[in-house]
Structures are given as C-alpha cells and as structure tokens.
Design a binder for this molecule. Sequence first.
Ligand code: ACO
Length: 379
Amino acid sequence: MTAAPVFDKGLANTIAAETQASFIDGAKGVLEYVGYDIDSLARNSTFEETVFLLWNRRLPNAAELATLAAELRAEYDLPEAVWQMIRDTPRTAHPMHMLRTLVSSLGMFDREADDNSPEANWRKSVRLLAKTPTIVANFDRHRKGKPLVRPDATMDMATNFLNMLNGARPTVAVAKALDVCLILHADHGLNASTFAARVTISTLSDMYSAITTAIGTLKGPLHGGANEEVMHMLNEIGTMDNVEPYIKERLARKDRIMGFGHRVYKAYDPRAGYLKTFAKQIATDTGNQGLYEMSTKIEDIMKAEVAAKGIYPNVDFFSATTYHSIGIDLDIFTCMFAISRISGWTAHCMEQLAANRLIRPMAEYTGPHGLSYVVMSAR
Ligand code: ACO
C-alpha cells in the first residue's frame, strides 16, 4: 500500500534513495565514503583509489588500482571532433556552460552511449572521469590564446590536469594539493546534483545525459557554484580592514555569505575542517597568506554572528583559497568540483540502475480549477 503523500519543500526530510557510497552525520560533522572517514582518506588515499572505492565499495589491492589507473589513462584523450569543439567555443563562455556542453557532446562519439549494461556503464564512467580534465584544462588554454596540450598518460589525474592547464609539470606538493581536493569533493550523499543525475538515469536515459544534468545542477551558487562566489567575495573585500564592515553589512541586509551553511551539516563540515589546515599550508607556500587570513577573519565573524543557527564554513569556503593558491582561475573552480564529483555521480548512477525505480515525486497543485476557456478575441 502507498502511504499518504507528505509535502516536503526542498525535500529536506525526504529519503529518496538508498546508497552505499557515502554517509553523512550532519549533527556530528561526519562524512564517510563506504565506511572510511573522509579525514583518513584525505591523509592516506589518492583520488584514483577513492574512485575505485566508490565504484566497488571496497579498497583495491595494488594490481586492481594499477588496472583502474591504466584504464583511466587510456581514456584521457578526446575524440578529434571534441578538440575542434574546444577551439570553436567562444573564449568568453563561462567554463561551466562550456563543460556542460562538451561533456554532453562526448555521448555522440561513444558507440556504447545507449548501452546501459553494467559493463558498458563502467567503461563510460571511466571515459567521463578521464576526459573531463582534458576538456577543462584545454578550454582554459584556448580562451587565453595558448596552444592546446595533449594529455600525458604517464601521469596521474591531478598531475596530468595541472600539466595540461599550465603547460608544465606541477611540483609534487601542488599536485598533491589538487589530489586531496579531488578526494574531498568526490561524493556527498544525495546532494542536488547527485539527485539530478539519479533522476535522469532512473528514466533509463544514459550516463552522458545523467552527468550533463548533474553539471547543470552543480553550477548554481547555492550548490557547487559557491566556491567561485567565495573568491569573488574575497576579491571584493580586498583588505583585512574591510572584512568586518563587509560581512556585517551583508548579514544586516540578510544576504547569504557564500561558503557558509549547509542543508545537512549543522556542525562544522569535516571537509572544510581538513581544507582549512590544508589551505593555510598551501597559501603560505605560495605567498597567499593574506587570502587565508581574510578567510579566517570572516569565519570568526560568522562564528560570533550566526554559529548559533548551525551555520559554519562548508567545503566551498576554504577550497576557494586552495584553488587560487594552486593557480587555478576563479571561474574554473566549479569545474574542479565537477572533475571530482563525476566519480560520485557515476557511482550513484550505477547504484540507481542496479535497483532502479523511476524517480517521480508529486507536486501540490495550488492553482485555480474549473475555469471557462475564453477565446483570444474576447480576452
Ligand atoms: N549566510 C547567512 N545566513 C545563512 C546562510 C549563509 N550562507 N545560510 C543559511 N543562512 C540562514 C538563513 O538566512 C536562515 O536564517 P533564518 O532562519 O533567520 O531565516 C537559516 O540560516 C536557515 O537557512 P535555509 O535557507 O533554511 O537553509 P537551507 O538548508 O535551505 O540552505 C544553503 C542551505 C543553500 C547551502 C545555504 O546555507 C546557503 O545559501 N549557503 C550559501 C551558499 C553556499 O555556500 N552553498 C554551498 C553549499 S555546499 C555545496 O553545495 C557543495
């Protein structure tokens, strides 16, 4: 028997899927991927190993990890037509519009695009994850008038991305910083973009459509787009002296401070806690201490003003300082989130298909009834 429907605005109290990918305890500030605490993964794992964990629900042995790494590296390159699309993309396009469009285009070049067997969906997950960094890094080069750089299959994902972006191999420390960011953003329960991906795949559409849907959803400033907004805010504040008046004035106007608050966490977002320590180190190493200090001052003011409401920094707040310190342009920040989260989106799509039921909630109709149609000439 179906239970009576309940109206739940924003679906905040609705459990709409079962998952074994990640667990969140918002009150205690806990995040686990398949039972492993995010902090221990950030300290000990690599992005590739985390991907294996999310896709297989267990850690790999050395041979299994090497196989996945080799599969990914074999798929770094793009179809020639997609290289050409990068060259044809307007240089002024926002990177997230570009990413949504070019990831969608990949489906046209994949003969397996509409094969929803588990084996084909695994291969497509590998392709989506492997090719997205190549698209992002080379679009950034294209818009700056620099020659495109082909991926290098001898490098891991983080190193290869930065090598393409900058045309030079990054230091081990900088590649490690990016690798940790990729681990921290890989999965997060049924967040808005993951839900969007699961809705799309639940119609038995295809992986490319599901990931395109997810990218469009991630883009919004209430979700993944917040990291870009944090950097805009830091730039707008400009000096330490301006932090307090800026934040207090915004709060008085009931504006949202980007990078704070979370639908699920009412305690410190554990990813933000880890990123804070990390941002301090990388900002110091790269001469961006000012940015880090401004961020901690914002945090102190927010703590005094709104922590009682359960509003703390979220993952986007300190990732802005970290990405900036790594040398990534601010309008690429949300693409970095997408590069990582494709691992979680694809994990959820495969999980959804393994026990699929069409996701189709209801709406409460609040409009009029029984109106008489009036012909155009009489209106
Ligand atoms: N700054 C100031 N006040 C805030 C903030 C914020 N960032 N976030 C929430 N509040 C306040 C609200 O004004 C509201 O106050 P009130 O009860 O006095 O009216 C209260 O906290 C509850 O807010 P809701 O809107 O009900 O919280 P909700 O769960 O719907 O929103 C969201 C969560 C969208 C993340 C929100 O906190 C926000 O807009 N944050 C800024 C954007 C951001 O950083 N997004 C990234 C989230 S993490 C991620 O997606 C990766």
